[in-house]
Design a protein around this ligand. Structure first.
Ligand code: ADP
Ligand code: MG
Length: 253
């Protein structure tokens, strides 16, 4: 049975999509069968693995709202072992349409049931909000990965995310765990980055991944080429650290 990991933080620009794409690709690279689910209407994970949104006829929207079988929305990527359920802008309507839908919080969980046996890991890239798409993702997940950007106010907003996680645990998914907090965009040249690491470690203790993701320009270039970092520049620091994270995630079980 595959492990389902939701990458969540309601703040935008903290590295959710970069982590979703590159963790997925690095897990695939070390031989795991991986399904990436793009749950953000912006569809950045979709284009990040080289799937052209113009070629997508059915996406996660059709799976969540119209009960289209997941097999029909899965696209292969150019990387071996890596498939994706893409998102297009049509997903933007889902947040509102879900409100009046039966079992609105558990639609993702039910939809991906059939894929659990086929993949070793299912990684869900959440949108930058705590709305129903994120709630669906947390309800479907075994564990959540929380990317935190190494900047001022890094912890701001996290209490809201944590209380959402607790609510999901209480009412929808009691076995949901926090797999880890991932520090991203670390800049070793500033004292600030080091202070943030200390602060986050003080708060989350052993829940913080040993792997810290530095700022790496190759990571920000890769999406415009539609390639995960391990394809775009396998020798970059960005590829090294996401490979290290993949091994840590596997080690966590
Ligand atoms: P989110 O999905 O949380 O909104 P993204 O993963 O899209 O965040 O990252 C926001 C921006 O920062 C993107 O332009 C991305 O390319 C860039 N970025 C993310 N992580 C890094 C990194 N480690 N080094 C350099 N740029 C990064
Ligand atoms: Mg994103």
């Amino acid at each position: 049975m595959g492990k389902i990991l939701a990458i969540a933080n309601q703040k935008g620009g903290v590295g959710k999509t970069t982590t979703s794409v590159n963790l997925s690709a690095c897990l695939a690279h070390i031989g795991k069968k991986v399904l990436l689910i793009d749950a953000d209407p912006q569809g950045n994970a979709t284009s990040g693995v080289g799937v052209n949104k113009g070629d997508v006829h059915q996406c996660i929207y059709d799976m969540l709202i119209d009960d289209v079988n997941i097999q029909e929305v899965i696209h292969h990527t150019k990387m071996e072992n890596l498939d994706i359920v893409p998102a297009t802008i049509s997903l933007a309507g889902a947040e509102i349409e879900l409100v009046s839908t039966i079992s609105r919080e558990v639609r993702m969980k039910h939809a991906i049931q059939d894929a659990k046996d086929i993949y070793d890991y299912i990684i869900i890239d959440c949108p930058p909000s705590l709305g129903l798409l994120t709630i669906n993702s947390l309800t479907a997940a075994d564990a959540v990965i929380i990317p935190v950007q190494c900047e001022y106010y890094a912890l701001e907003g996290l209490s809201q995310l944590l209380s959402t996680i607790r609510l999901v645990q209480k009412h929808l998914n009691e076995s949901l765990m926090i797999d880890g907090v991932l520090l991203t965009m670390f800049d070793a040249r500033t004292n600030l980055g080091i202070q943030v690491i200390e602060e986050v470690k003080k708060y989350f203790q052993d829940k913080v991944y040993g792997t810290i993701i530095p700022r790496n320009v190759r990571l920000s270039e890769a999406p415009s080429h539609g390639e995960p970092i391990i394809m775009y520049d396998a020798r970059s620091r960005g590829a090294e650290v996401y490979l290290e994270l993949a091994k840590e995630v596997v080690h966590n079980g």
